[in-house]
Design a protein around this ligand. Structure first.
Ligand SMILES: Nc1ncnc2c1ncn2[C@@H]1O[C@H](COP(=O)(O)OP(=O)(O)OP(=O)(O)O)[C@@H](O)[C@H]1O
Ligand SMILES: [Mg+2]
Length: 245
């Protein structure tokens, strides 16, 4: 078997007395869409931040294409081929859609004309071609979410980390996002997605992992994992899980 694209081995992170992530290990295969689930405060965003280089793990290794990236800076991790979206997006509000999409392009090149062309391509890919020259402050919340995704794509990632990109979306917007994520994967990009909307998780991922209180508590097919007692307990509490058993 080939080595996995991403191999997280025993990473942990403490913030003072809070053990946000404990001994977390999982693998991600090339071409997969893997969903990371867990209740609020489970450590999902902290795990993302370690993979993307925003936090240094206290211990453990993060192998990406066989190389340990656990202590690299975000910039070098981006160059290695990992991009992430932020749970709270912070686009440049007084720049246009295309200008925002150009920023990431400079991570790989300094050819402004080529970067603009690629940014326009991404705007079209997002279905935002008509808003290419709109200032971001005039976009709807959902278009900003799509732009956040586009900004990650503009760095030409091999692996894309998506943190709750459907949060606050209408059902129709959720469907549009599902279709968009599939098209991203079809372009050969591997995806790790944190998502609370189960319909979206079920539609997108063949495999899910679940965290609770910083630990990994399940890894498997979505429909199997969501009916496991330890997962029900994590989401709904002990009594609910016992009643279902
Ligand atoms: N920078 C930080 N400083 C201190 N504590 C933090 C920091 N970031 C996260 N934490 C704590 O670590 C724990 C895990 O937080 P994290 O944001 O990773 O959870 P999450 O699974 O992403 O939750 P949510 O679903 O609410 O986004 C929480 O107790 C949180 O308060
Ligand atoms: Mg989070």
């Amino acid at each position: 078997m080939n080595a996995p694209l991403l191999d997280v081995r025993g990473i942990g992170k403490r913030f003072g007395g809070v053990h946000a992530v404990r001994d977390l290990s999982f693998r991600l295969e090339q071409g997969e869409i893997l969903a990371l689930l867990g209740p609020n405060g489970a450590g999902k965003t902290t795990a993302f931040n370690m993979i993307a280089g925003f936090f240094r793990p206290d211990g453990g290794e993060i192998l990406f294409r066989g190389r340990d990236i656990a202590r690299l800076r975000p910039w070098d991790i981006c160059k290695a081929g990992i991009a992430r979206t932020f749970q709270l997006s912070k686009p440049f509000a007084d720049l246009t859609v295309v200008e925002n999409l150009m920023v990431g392009g400079f991570a790989r090149s300094s050819d402004t004309a080529a970067i603009r062309e690629r940014a326009e391509e991404i705007a079209d890919f997002l279905g935002m071609g008509r808003q290419a020259d709109t200032e971001v402050q005039h976009l709807t919340a959902f278009d900003r979410r799509k732009l956040e995704l586009g900004r990650a794509l503009s760095t030409r990632p091999v692996l894309l980390l998506m943190d709750e990109v459907v949060a606050g979306a209408t059902p129709a917007e959720g469907q549009e996002m599902v279709a968009l994520v599939r098209r991203i994967r079809d372009r050969g990009i591997t995806i790790l997605i944190v998502e609370h909307v189960m319909k979206v998780v079920m539609a997108l991922s063949e495999r899910v992992i679940v965290m609770e209180s910083g630990r990994l508590i399940a890894d498997g097919a979505p429909k199997d994992v969501v009916s496991r007692p330890e997962v029900l307990k994590a989401y709904f509490g002990e009594q609910y899980a016992a009643a279902r058993a």
